[in-house]
Design a protein around this ligand. Structure first.
Ligand SMILES: [Zn+2]
Length: 485
């Protein structure tokens, strides 16, 4: 009898256990996990599909050698990736990966099945931050604007302090869960949880139901309603097209008011200011922060040719970019808004200290080649480490491979779009250890819009129309970096 060993019949492999019977199901041999078939005609056959295999409702991925992937991401193409957990099952929902960071595998409505969303550098010792990040991703994937999501989140914070298992007495009825469902809505929610086979305390089930309710049985609440118990303007409050309008709101204060007054309808509106404050915090934290750094300023003009300061052109372009980004719903902070001195280190410090989940640093400059007036075109830089220039305040992140890769992507997008928008010469993306690129903890790039030493290019650079083209390129590059277009 064969025991504790592999046996093969042609290409079919089996493992015979201590009792002399072939292993079936998910079993460990040595340091590897394997999946052995349980079907009668192939009982104990080692699966070597090199494809997804479903076994008792869980998904596994055996490679061609029959080893199950585990504790790692696997990807198909540039955007879709999956994570296989320690037990070799595919991760879904919120999970913590081997890198100790939280991720979210999106399976909403079957779209992008299994697609992983990096919840980013959230403080992963704080479960509320994870819940908030998941909520943000969930509603974003369902077409909700950042402001509308912040409005929902501000209300959740006030209703339940993000405790999905909370039960509170309000009036003579219990409210339960994230948004304190009560009365008939509580009954309907409990029925829903039962129908999908989940406990009502399940976080994701509550999000699913909230969405279902908002877009279904309770969608009428978002339309104008008369409520005599509230002071004006809330005594007649709502949106003409209801939930359709709500999803598109770009004012988080209005979104918070609508969700509170129309959807939650508390006895009084005493808690409304608190809800708006919570919404503001989440709105600021979750929308991408673009730190714009117009190079030079004050005593330092940067390049100076034909009586024109580089610092002036840089600021002019940066202001155009800022306005466009604000219109697109980004959060923008500038290192300077006027012609003043800001040290290089202070520029990075300012950006590093902002509390935002996602930040990028864009430094805007123009170029000079004093020895050759014919040199022209656009170039963009990201960080290159040189040991002779050690970081002063960014030992931790300066050479982080993720930061570098994100910086490279950002540089490529912005460089390409500036070239497309201006028709200028594409000098390419380069690497260097400029201080702002070295000391900023986030993805960072430095662009050179054109050569002030080239008379033709300088004559363009000083015109608002050419600055506008550069600004459009920068904005489109940022939009592409964030996958928005
Ligand atoms: Zn410069």
């Amino acid at each position: 009898m064969y025991r504790n060993q592999w046996i093969s019949f042609g290409r079919n492999r089996h493992y015979m256990g201590t009792d002399g019977a072939a292993y079936t199901g998910v079993k460990t041999v040595g340091t590897n996990l394997h999946l052995f078939d349980v079907r009668n005609n192939q009982r104990g056959l080692l699966r070597t599909d090199n494809a997804w295999v479903t076994y008792y409702g869980k998904q596994y991925f055996p490679n061609a050698q029959g080893n199950l992937y585990r504790n790692q991401f696997i990807s198909f193409g540039p955007t879709v990736k999956y994570y296989l957990q320690a037990d070799a099952t595919k991760a879904t929902g919120i999970f913590k990966a081997i890198d100790n960071k939280y991720y979210y595998a999106n399976e909403e409505k079957g779209i992008n099945n299994g697609k992983i969303v990096d919840l980013g550098d959230i403080n992963n010792t704080n479960p509320i931050n994870v819940k908030k990040a998941v909520t943000w991703v969930f509603f974003t994937n369902n077409g909700y604007s950042p402001a509308s999501i912040a409005g929902i989140m501000g209300n959740i914070a006030a209703e339940s302090s993000w405790k999905e298992d909370i039960t509170e007495l309000g009036g003579n009825q219990e409210g339960i869960g994230l948004i304190q469902w009560s009365y008939t809505r509580k009954t309907e929610f409990l029925n829903y949880a039962k129908s999908v086979g989940k406990p009502w305390t399940d976080f994701k089930t509550q999000l699913d139901y909230l969405l279902l309710e908002m877009e279904g049985s309770e969608s009428w609440r978002f339309k104008p309603r008369t409520r005599d118990r509230y002071p004006a303007p809330y005594n007649y409050f709502g949106l003409p097209n209801g939930i359709t309008d709500f999803k598109k709101l770009n004012d988080f204060v209005l979104a918070t008011e609508i969700f509170c007054v129309n959807y939650e309808s508390p006895a009084t509106l005493d808690s409304l200011p608190k809800r708006i404050e919570y919404a503001h915090q989440d709105f600021s934290y979750f929308i991408p922060l673009i730190f714009l750094d117009p190079g030079h300023g004050g005593q330092d003009s940067g390049a100076y040719y034909a009586g024109i300061k580089e610092s002036t052109i840089n600021l002019s372009i940066a202001k155009m970019v800022k306005q466009d980004l604000l219109n697109l719903g980004y959060r923008v902070v500038m290192s300077r808004e006027d012609d003043k001195d800001v040290s290089l280190l202070d520029r990075s410090k300012m950006a590093n200290e902002i509390d935002a989940k996602t930040k990028i640093f864009v430094s805007i400059h123009n170029n000079a080649a004093p020895s050759s007036s014919s040199v022209n075109g656009i170039e963009t830089y990201y960080y290159q480490y040189y040991p002779e220039y050690p970081p002063e305040i960014n030992q931790e992140k300066h050479n982080d491979p993720v930061r570098l890769e994100e910086s490279r992507k950002l540089a490529e997008y912005i460089q390409n779009e500036m070239v497309v928008n201006t028709g200028a010469k594409n000098r390419g993306v380069f690497r260097n250890t400029f201080a702002v690129l070295r000391e900023s903890k986030m993805p960072a790039i430095l662009l050179e819009g054109g050569f002030m030493t080239n008379p033709t290019e300088l004559s363009k650079l000083i015109t608002p129309s050419y600055q506008r083209k550069l600004a459009n390129g920068i904005v489109t590059g940022i939009q592409k970096y964030f996958g928005r277009i």
